[in-house]
Design a protein around this ligand. Sequence first.
Ligand SMILES: [Zn+2]
Length: 324
Amino acid sequence: MKKLLFGVFTLGTLIACNSNDSTETLTENTSIASRRSCPSEKLRAERLKSDPKLMAKYIANEEKANKFEQALKLGRINADGSVDIPVVVNVLYRTTSENVSDARIAEQIAVLNADFAGTNTDASKIPTEFSTIKAGDTKVRFHLIKTVRKATTKTSWSTNDAMKKSSTGGIDATSPASYFNLWIVGSMGGVLGYATFPESAGTAVDGVVIAAPYFGKTGATSPFNLGRTATHEVGHYLNLRHIWGDATCGSDLVSDTPTQTSENYGKPTYPLYNTCGGVKRSVMFMNYMDYVDDAAMFMFSAGQKARIQATVASSGPRAGLRVY
Ligand SMILES: [Zn+2]
């Protein structure tokens, strides 16, 4: 804010100065320049002085620039322009195995970083047919801010968000507008995990929940032991829908993912053809937003990347992740 005030002050000075020499600046001059001169700022000051809407835009732009600069200082924006999402892991455990280790949490964060950067080793399995529309680097990264652990006597949890509130035996989210909160619970029956979408940004229940057996790799339960449950759920958190659109031949609002009849399970064999609306298509069952085993999913599409980017953009619903 200090910088912005200074900017407005500077502008005011410019406007004041300009009133005296504007005639000289704006008069057409046919002589050859003997030294460099540029009237852009003086002209701008006049425009801003006479147009309140332009002035409002100017102030808003400066605020954005200041926020971006602050984000850079805080390490939220990397040198390559990727957004570094700060993660808070909340562990609710009853048994030793449910109290996942710091090493396993680091392992899971590494999986997220590889999958969202497109540097996962199994990206080499992406069929040639889809290699031109793979996301590659989605330009989001993850880093652990802190881990909160709490012992519990609860043997099973449901999707009613009880784990997200201390009043119901859970752990309260840490600054959900600024941090991505991830809860680990012992069991949710047959549910591997669930997420909130960007419309829940900043609310007390915002984040992702994963059952301990499907978190990380070491000690996780096959065939969901490669950390891909988190990749899938974080996909939702960043506004991706299931690739089949949760309906028969539904839409995931992404144009480059082929329409498919329904979800896929296990390890399908490529190519797999589905017919929707009379059109037969080879489907992208190896997408993280399908239901296949961890070892069978290894890509996001370029269209999905666009939605992820829109979500974490400075104008997006999760812009709060960029700045405190
Ligand atoms: Zn899902």
